[in-house]
Design a binder for this molecule. Structure first.
Ligand SMILES: Cc1cc2nc3c(=O)[nH]c(=O)nc-3n(C[C@H](O)[C@H](O)[C@H](O)COP(=O)(O)OP(=O)(O)OC[C@H]3O[C@@H](n4cnc5c(N)ncnc54)[C@H](O)[C@@H]3O)c2cc1C
Length: 386
């Protein structure tokens, strides 16, 4: 076998690439397979914090910064306390995960991590990978780079493709005295919104004196850069009523929420993963847990000799997501009351199962009936005619 040939190449050591590599590392089926991980960055900074919900124990429990069994949802004068058990809402710092993964993968003799930027992948047998520093080939390529066609797409309130952006800015703050309850987190607080958009704040207390507070929007067009900090300041002032705090870290990100058909860009043994594979839940923007679930499915598929991406995509839930995104895209101001309807009328356990694509048709109908019919029917008919 030529030295630059591998059985499996993974492009990108992010949430998806690392979870896939770790899952391969812990399955003896892959022990004899040469696996190459190509990542352009050092992955030595805390570039994001992941939150996700999970029932019982999880694979990352020893790495978590915090987890909560109790939460809150706020809208106008309404407050819905959330009792999550058997779920917990878990918080994982990116850097803690990168460090752990680096250590685990370095101990695997069959896995090579290269700092390398991939510029081109040419499908064939084997698949050719062109990097800035060298060329490689592999039988299978799992690729976290976004397809060019998606990068060219612009979100807009009237675009044919359902595409809403989830921009957010957060501050990790410290207070001189006890101001937070570390046993509860705020899932969504719609009491303060930017103009009449779908925008909210969430609060993740790590201790009585430290919390990550983020202002988030689900919008078809981005606000001006100063809006996030202005809204965060207002939230501290008017809602939390905390005047004295120190900002110790900031986080900014934009998550795409879209029904773009990412799965079409997986061809043969060149499979897109993570955001590039459509693993971000279009209606919520969450994907960390999907990366774990889908990595496991890929492994089962490879072991069974099935196409690697079998069963990764649900047309039923994609349809629901498209309809919901259509409402957020065309009638953005309705978002807060729609989320309020969902949290007011359903148990959080049912909501989590629905967002995890795990509910039955009867359960789906229970959730769907929480919403007013008009905007959804309109979005549905627009979908039929696009
Ligand atoms: C700030 C932030 C916070 C988020 N918080 C949450 C959250 O709380 N919960 C949740 O579920 N989701 C969250 N998300 C959404 C989603 O989970 C993350 O974006 C997740 O990291 C996506 O995984 P990924 O592997 O597709 O991409 P990434 O984690 O971004 O990994 C992609 C990797 O590929 C590398 N790469 C890209 N191009 C190349 C190339 N040409 N050659 C080599 N390497 C390349 C990148 O450097 C990167 O390391 C968040 C996103 C952001 C940006």
């Amino acid at each position: 076998m030529p030295p630059n040939h591998y059985h499996i190449a993974i492009i990108g050591a992010g949430a998806a690439g690392l979870q896939l590599a770790l899952a391969m590392r812990s399955d003896p089926f892959f022990a004899e397979q040469r696996i190459l991980l190509l990542e352009k960055d050092g992955k030595d900074e805390n570039d994001r914090t992941w939150c996700f919900w999970e029932k019982g124990e999880g694979k990352c429990d020893s790495l978590l910064t915090q987890s909560w069994a109790q939460g809150d949802f706020f809208y106008k004068d309404q407050h819905h306390p959330l009792n999550l058990l058997p779920y917990r809402y878990k918080m994982l710092r990116g850097l803690d995960f990168y460090r752990f993964a680096k250590q685990e993968l370095a101990a695997a003799p069959n896995i090579t991590w290269l700092t390398e930027e991939v510029v081109k992948v040419a499908n064939g047998e084997p698949i050719r990978i062109v990097g800035r520093q060298g060329e490689y080939s592999a039988d299978w390529v799992f690729d976290s780079r976004l397809p060019e066609e998606f990068l060219a797409l612009q979100p807009s309130p009237s675009g044919a493709r359902r595409y809403v952006l989830q921009p957010f800015k957060g501050w990790v703050v410290r207070t001189p005295d006890d101001r937070f309850d570390p046993t509860r987190f705020t899932m969504m607080d719609y009491r303060l919104r930017w103009r009449d958009t779908t925008s909210f704040t969430y609060v993740l207390p790590m201790s009585a004196r430290e919390a990550l507070v983020e202002f988030t929007l689900f919008v078809p067009t981005l606000p001006l850069a100063e809006v996030y900090e202005e809204m965060l300041r207002q939230y501290f002032d008017k809602i939390l009523k905390i005047k004295d705090f120190e900002i110790v870290e900031t986080e900014f990100g934009i998550i795409p929420m879209t029904d773009f058909p990412f799965e079409k860009y997986s061809v043969g043994k060149h499979i897109r993963i993570g955001t590039a594979g459509g693993w971000v839940k279009p209606s919520s923007g969450y994907s960390f847990k999907n990366c774990e679930r889908n990595s496991q499915k890929i492994i089962e598929n490879l072991k069974a000799g099935r196409p690697a991406n079998t069963g990764l995509f649900s047309s039923k839930f994609r349809f629901y997501d498209s309809v919901f995104l259509g409402v957020l895209q065309a009638q953005n101001k309705l978002g807060p009351s729609l989320f309020n309807d969902m949290y007011a009328k359903n148990d959080i356990q049912k909501i989590f199962a629905f967002l995890d694509n795990e509910t039955t048709l009867t359960e789906d109908l229970g959730i769907i009936s929480s919403f007013p019919k008009g905007p959804f029917l309109q979005s549905f008919f627009n979908l039929l005619t696009r």
